[in-house]
Design a protein around this ligand. Structure first.
Ligand code: ATP
Length: 209
């Protein structure tokens, strides 16, 4: 799974999802928008609209799934609950991977029940341009003894390991930069799929602060 705010989805998310699937040999990548992200400001656009943009962005891309399960739960969106649901669906022996960008990884020790994540899935950290930083002591302690250095090492168990991965394409894109461009009336062409841009423009999303 690749969770996020997706406010809005952009090519950095989508290209990373496609490459994760290829590099790790995954059947599917569930892209899961958070309804209420616990550790950041409220998203600018409503959860259902962010899911619609995600669906448009994915289009017919093989293996990518726009997964709205967090929108059906009340309260903050805890990733461990989402992983528990996926574990139940796919079974105890399935290899589950939770992917996140390096910026999100740096805050992992502050998440709700971070140890539980490792009992449910492997964690794969995607390198992001401009997001390199040392790990906090709490984070180092959390990941101690879990790190492996190849995708093959994730094959041997259903969960519990950590892999840091440089995907073939690194795109220095962020939703923040896209929102800022829209608010300033500047172009977002080629930063996200055309269908997503069309909907943003038709609904005048993100165009005032
Ligand atoms: P914002 O700028 O609003 O913080 P964002 O672009 O970082 O948004 P999120 O929805 O917060 O997007 O990200 C969802 C997940 O995708 C996070 O784990 C994040 O690190 C990762 N991600 C976001 N952009 C990229 C990118 N360009 N390349 C690789 N991973 C990314």
């Amino acid at each position: 799974m690749l969770g996020g705010t997706f406010d809005p989805v952009h090519l950095g998310h989508l290209r990373s999802a496609v490459e994760l699937r290829e590099v790790l040999g995954l059947d599917r990548v569930h892209m899961v928008p958070a309804s209420i992200p616990p550790l950041r400001d409220a998203p600018q656009v409503a959860p259902q609209e962010r899911l619609t943009l995600l669906e448009l962005g994915i289009g017919d891309t093989p293996g990518l799934v726009a997964d709205g399960r967090e929108l059906e739960r009340d309260g903050p969106s805890f990733t461990a609950d989402t992983l528990a649901g996926l574990r139940e669906e796919y079974g105890s022996q399935a290899r589950l991977v939770m992917a996140l960008g390096h910026d999100a990884f740096l805050r992992l020790a502050d998440w709700h029940t971070p140890q539980r994540l490792f009992s449910l899935a492997h964690l794969v950290v995607i390198d992001r341009p401009d997001h390199d930083c040392p790990l906090s002591p709490a984070l180092s302690e959390l990941i101690a003894g879990r790190e492996v250095d190849s995708p093959e090492a994730l094959m041997q168990r259903p969960a519990g390991r950590l892999l840091r991965l440089a995907l073939p394409t690194r795109l220095a894109l962020s939703a923040t930069a896209i929102r800022e461009r829209l608010a300033a009336g500047r172009s977002i062409r080629y930063l996200l799929p055309e269908a997503v841009e069309r909907r943003i423009m038709a609904k005048s999303l993100y165009q005032q602060i």
